[in-house]
Design a protein around this ligand. Structure first.
Ligand code: EPZ
Length: 429
């Protein structure tokens, strides 16, 4: 299995192109199940999670076609992929495929809406908490589905199709919002989703569904209205830039010092995290072509953060921010409110010399301790990249094992960092 070797000490200078968002791409690909016409997605990142989802979709009968290199594209940036679910031949999403990635469970919404039946294995994914599916089930049941959980599968039926419903999510869930919104596009009548997730990826999915003929208003607010239509048609949609990748590289630059343009990044997608960086003493400049991040000051200030649904500080940047705060002056309090077990990076950061104490859902980082390279590993994607960020300033060599987690969510990570002067390489063990 491959490892990433990071040798600390270099500042980052240059340009990092920001890829299409993983967490928008996945639901957009799943939306292709809603129509028998072609859905063309542009700016699809090269990621292991995209490949896993392709396997799931092709098992349902979806054809896909990857467009070749085009003029002006070096072949390394996002691809254009056309998906066509002309006929859905299998409404089962089996354990072997779904267990690798939680988002694959989301096929339940489109399958149920279009085929009136779905049998989907309960999900797997990163080990960051229990991650139940009750909100998916209760929102689809409100639309008339009958759902049983048996033998590790959710088996859903709506023989006469789904109907519109007024449903208030008891807790904000990105995935359950995606699924209920997709399912409602083909339901009879109007659905109102209250306490819906407001994440930019929900808005991106809604925009694509609207281009496919869906009637949706309110995406990006906590109340989404969807009036069902008879059928959806094909469309072409460009995936929005990855706000978590943007924030990750912004924190890497904040960590090492230097000056980097995050090309194609959009500040409003992660304003809260950018504000935290500004408060820490990092220069953030919003430009037409992206976000320029620089830090020349010697000291980083500690900034307390609490993760929250959008527009709050994202849980997917919590680990990276913690790595950064190990180098800030004084104590930083980082509170995780979304997932109950998303602190696995704490003990790995400690191997590098960080001093972090944990109490309940709050980590206190006692900053200002120098880090020293070591062998580390992490069991989730964002935790893994936090170790890369820490490695960029650690003295000597940091070896990060279990690199497949990074490959799930970061396109060309080593190339992007190396191009800005970091010493990062992939080695086979
Ligand atoms: C999405 O996961 C993202 N994944 C996650 O990113 C992200 O951390 C998360 O949203 C929160 O922003 C994708 O978009 C593919 P949730 P999701 O449902 O939809 C609880 C990454 O690193 N919940 O919003 O699975 C749940 O346990 C990943 O890219 C229920 O209780 O997250 C959690 O505590 C990791 N019942 C909270 O809601 C349910 O039925 C929010 O989870 C569903 C969720």
């Amino acid at each position: 299995m491959d490892s990433i070797l990071v040798t600390g000490g270099n500042r980052l200078e240059g340009v990092i192109p920001i890829s299409g968002a993983k967490n928008a791409t996945l639901p957009l690909m799943i939306a292709s199940l809603l129509t028998d016409e072609e859905l063309v997605l542009e700016n699809v990142p090269h990621l292991a999670d995209v490949e896993s989802l392709i396997r799931i979709l092709t098992n349902h009968g979806v054809d896909y076609h990857v467009h070749g290199k085009r003029r002006g594209n070096n072949g390394k940036s996002g691809r254009t992929i056309a998906f066509r679910a002309k006929e859905i031949v299998d409404t089962t999403a089996p354990y072997e495929l779904v267990s690798r990635m939680r988002a694959s469970f989301w096929v339940i919404g489109p399958l149920l809406a279009r085929m009136h039946h779905a049998k989907v294995s309960l999900p797997g994914g990163c080990a960051i908490g229990t991650r139940p599916v009750d909100l998916f089930i209760s929102s689809l049941e409100a639309m008339g589905a009958k759902i049983k959980v048996e033998g590790g599968y959710a088996v859903a039926d709506a023989p006469d199709g789904l109907h519109g419903a007024h449903f208030k999510f008891p807790k904000v869930s990105v995935g359950a919002t995606h699924v209920a919104m997709m399912a409602a596009t083909l339901a009879h009548g109007t659905t109102v989703l209250e306490n819906a997730a407001r994440e930019p990826e929900v808005v991106d999915l809604a925009n694509c569904l609207i281009a496919m003929g869906a009637k949706i208003t309110g995406a990006g607010t906590s109340t989404i209205n969807i009036t069902g239509v008879e059928r959806l048609h094909g469309a072409t949609h460009r995936v929005l830039p990855d706000r978590i990748e943007t924030g990750t590289y912004a924190m890497a630059v904040a960590m090492t010092g230097g000056d980097v343009l995050l090309k194609g990044a959009e500040a409003p997608l992660l304003q809260n995290a950018l504000d935290a960086l500004s408060e820490a003493g990092v220069e953030i400049e919003e430009r037409n072509d992206g976000i320029r991040v620089s830090r020349n000051s010697e000291t980083l200030k500690s900034v307390d953060v609490t993760t929250e649904p959008f527009p709050g500080f994202p849980t997917d940047l919590q680990a990276q921010f913690m790595a950064l705060m190990t180098q800030a002056e004084g104590d930083t309090h980082i509170t995780e409110t979304i997932f109950e077990n998303r602190f696995m990076h704490v003990q790995e950061l400690a191997r590098l010399g960080a001093d972090i104490s944990l109490e309940g859902q709050t980590a206190t980082v006692h900053g200002g301790r120098p880090l020293k390279g070591a062998t580390v590993m992490a069991t989730d994607l964002r935790a893994s990249v936090s170790l890369v960020i820490a490695g960029l300033v650690a003295d000597g060599e940091t070896r990060i094992n279990r690199v497949y987690h990074l490959d799930r969510g970061f396109e060309n990570l080593e190339q992007k960092l190396s191009a800005c002067g970091a010493k990062v390489e992939r080695v086979s063990n």
